[in-house]
Design a protein around this ligand. Structure first.
Ligand code: 5RP
Length: 231
């Protein structure tokens, strides 16, 4: 994975057909997405359940590009090895998932893959200043984690701006997760985000049998985000 601050659209398969993940991943890549975002939920850290490393490994076979795995689980440390072996290119854990996030990030990097750190909407940036040399991506949650289709939390735009200033020239991605649409994408792109995770905003109106809307939705979000970069 080479580092670039170009806008990347990462559809969240939380909004895909759960009975057809392989074909859904192939469809969104064919329709022009940059990364595939895989949401792992445990019914404990967040009030929803999705799937585990075996499903990630099965999905991996259908993704040509970057598999971006977002762990919404606690504890997280016992499962790092399994998700790395499942083929994650980026593995993201939550700052709020346990008392030893530095150790978690070390464990992810020990697999030679990118380490991500996710922050819930109520979490500030203070602890991050001690972790900047440990992270390749910071995920700012713009909804409370657990469900797709929620409303974008506007207070997070200022957090993204502050994060951008804190990161400076370091090769660290800023990812936004939740409520991304052509209306909200420009706000976070202008503030400094480069990876935009969108579930319902990408999958709405389409299907494996009719994937063209996926492409239209991806292009609309990308165009809205890139327009602010050129303004
Ligand atoms: O992590 C998530 C929820 O915890 C999802 O990735 C996120 O909500 C994306 O879905 P949508 O674009 O529909 O908001």
């Amino acid at each position: 994975m080479t580092f670039s601050r170009a806008i990347k659209i990462a559809p969240s398969i939380l909004s895909a057909d759960f009975a057809n993940f392989g074909a859904e991943c192939e469809a969104i890549e064919a329709q022009g997405c940059d990364w595939v975002h895989v949401d792992v939920m445990d019914g404990h850290f967040v009030p929803n359940l999705t799937f585990g490393p075996a499903t990630c490994a099965a999905i991996r076979k259908h993704i040509k590009g970057v598999m971006d795995v977002h762990l919404m689980i606690a504890p997280v440390d016992p499962y790092i090895d399994a998700f790395a072996q499942a083929g994650a290119d980026v593995l993201t854990a939550h700052l709020e998932a346990g008392p030893h996030i530095h150790r978690t990030l070390q464990a992810i990097r020990a697999h030679g893959i990118k380490a991500g750190l996710a922050l819930n909407p109520a979490t500030g940036l203070d602890s991050l200043s001690y972790l900047l040399d440990m992270v390749d991506l910071v995920c700012v949650m713009t909804v409370n984690p657990g469900f797709g289709g929620q409303k974008f939390i506007h207070s997070q735009v200022d957090k993204v701006r502050a994060l951008r200033a804190m990161i400076g020239d370091r090769p660290i991605h800023i990812e936004i997760d939740g409520g991304v649409t052509p209306e909200t994408a420009p706000l976070v792109a202008a503030a400094g985000a480069d990876v935009l995770v969108a579930g319902s905003g990408v999958f709405k109106g389409g299907s494996v049998a009719n994937p063209a809307p996926y492409g239209e939705n991806i292009r609309a979000i990308r165009a809205a985000a890139e327009a602010t970069r050129q303004a």
